[in-house]
Design a protein around this ligand. Structure first.
Ligand code: PDD
Length: 288
């Protein structure tokens, strides 16, 4: 397997990171996960733009212009022969010796870019059957709009879900549902799609944005407005979205069965509209 480290593509075994990298010591960095279909990046510009936006919000300078970064990632995907898969990339603030919380302003640090590319088929069965979610208090910081590599809060919730045999943890701050540990959440009530507004309390998922646009085109009304835990439990349908999960139905939340307990018609329609966006950008989705 080939990986990217700064502007070099090398064998995975050859890549090494300094133990005094601020990403390693402080979780000081940002990341993206981008999906490929038919060897083509989906919503590539949107992900790259969000990476640079996340970096700008923490005053981190990405060491390459966008077009160079995109070319490096394309090369990485091609050297790993990715057809349907994920590219994970992160940029940390770089090496600082000795460890110091303060970011030096007299000595600019070189950001460290790393990326991996893996073949990961679409989980079509999951997209139909969906799964269970738990609810969990959202204990993360108040800048969830930044796609930071510091993910302890997310990890604790995801692992709690995993231990309880659930796919995801749907997070709430007090009574308000925000998002999930690694995805966004939508509910459907009386034919209307609801999801938390894109503010500092959620990551504005690229999948979320594509869904909102595609639903609009498909005549499904969308409300980007807050809803409560009770609204979630009383929803007709619930689904979660992310680059890897696309549109995945949630059929049980804690002990409450949602709607009929099966993927609902609006969720199915939303997924079809989402797939049409993939096809328009990356070509037909044929079984691999
Ligand atoms: N997670 N919210 C959170 C907290 C996330 O971690 C993610 C994605 C999303 C959905 O964003 P997008 O649609 O752009 O993938 C929302 C990625 C996939 C991950 O950490 O693996």
């Amino acid at each position: 397997m080939k990986v990217l480290i700064n502007d070099k593509i090398v064998d995975r075994e050859e890549a090494s990171i300094d133990i005094e990298d601020r990403g390693y010591q402080f979780g000081d960095g940002v990341y993206e996960v981008v999906r490929l279909y038919n060897g083509q990046f989906f919503t590539f510009d949107e992900h790259i733009d969000r990476l640079y936006a996340s970096a700008a919000k923490i005053d981190l300078v990405i060491p390459y212009p966008k077009d160079i970064l995109k070319n490096l990632l394309k090369q990485l995907a091609s050297e790993n022969n990715i057809h349907t898969g994920n590219v994970y990339l992160q940029v940390t603030r770089g090496i600082q010796i000795p460890r110091n919380h303060v970011i030096p302003d007299d000595l600019p640090l070189e950001g460290v870019l790393t990326a991996t590319a893996r073949e990961v088929p679409r989980n079509e069965a999951l997209f139909v059957t969906g799964g269970k979610a738990i609810t969990d208090e959202d204990v993360r910081w108040l800048r969830c709009d930044i796609k930071s590599i510091s993910l302890l809060g997310n990890i604790m919730s995801k692992n709690k879900a995993h231990r309880e045999g659930a796919l995801e943890a749907i997070l709430h701050r007090g009574d308000t549902i925000t998002e999930c540990s690694a995805s966004n959440v939508f509910i459907i009530k009386d034919g209307v799609l609801w999801t938390h507004s894109a503010d500092n309390l959620i990551l504005n998922g690229i999948t979320r944005q594509v869904i909102i646009k595609a639903a609009g085109k498909g005549g499904i009304p969308v409300r980007e407005a807050n809803f409560t835990v009770s609204d979630l439990l009383a929803a007709d349908e619930v689904f979660i979205s992310s680059t890897t999960l696309e549109v995945t139905p949630i059929t049980t939340v804690d002990d409450t069965v949602i709607g009929t307990g099966l993927r609902g018609p609006v969720t199915q329609k939303v997924h079809e509209l989402f797939e049409a966006e993939i096809v328009a950008e990356c070509g037909e989705l044929l079984p691999v």
